[in-house]
Design a protein around this ligand. Structure first.
Ligand SMILES: [Zn+2]
Length: 102
């Protein structure tokens, strides 16, 4: 009866926790992946696991505002500058400061 619903909620909660944790480890948002894994438990968690490591992506600097953005970004997140594929890339955050992430 009501015990079934509660059990399901607990399971969903742990799926959310696992997804959120995986997301955070990969340099993404804990809250975002928690919600995704909570709402679509199995698929959400799988997506979090397969999601690219954001802090291991190559980066480059916006030529207009100097903001450091991800290499795969086609448009600067700060000033909206369209970005050509750069000649030089900046090393991923994970390689520059491996223990800085929390
Ligand atoms: Zn910019």
């Amino acid at each position: 009866m009501s015990g079934y619903g509660l059990g399901l909620l607990v399971i969903l909660f742990f799926f959310g926790l696992a997804g959120g944790y995986v997301g955070r480890v990969k340099g993404s948002s804990f809250a975002m992946w928690f919600v995704i894994s909570f709402c679509v438990p199995v698929i959400g968690l799988l997506t979090a696991v397969l999601y690219r490591y954001d802090n291991q992506e190559l980066r480059r600097q916006c030529p207009r505002c100097q903001k450091v953005v991800k290499l795969y970004d086609a448009v600067c997140m700060r000033c909206g500058q369209e970005l050509e594929f750069p000649d030089v890339a900046i090393a991923p955050e994970a390689r520059v400061a491996p223990r800085a992430a929390r």
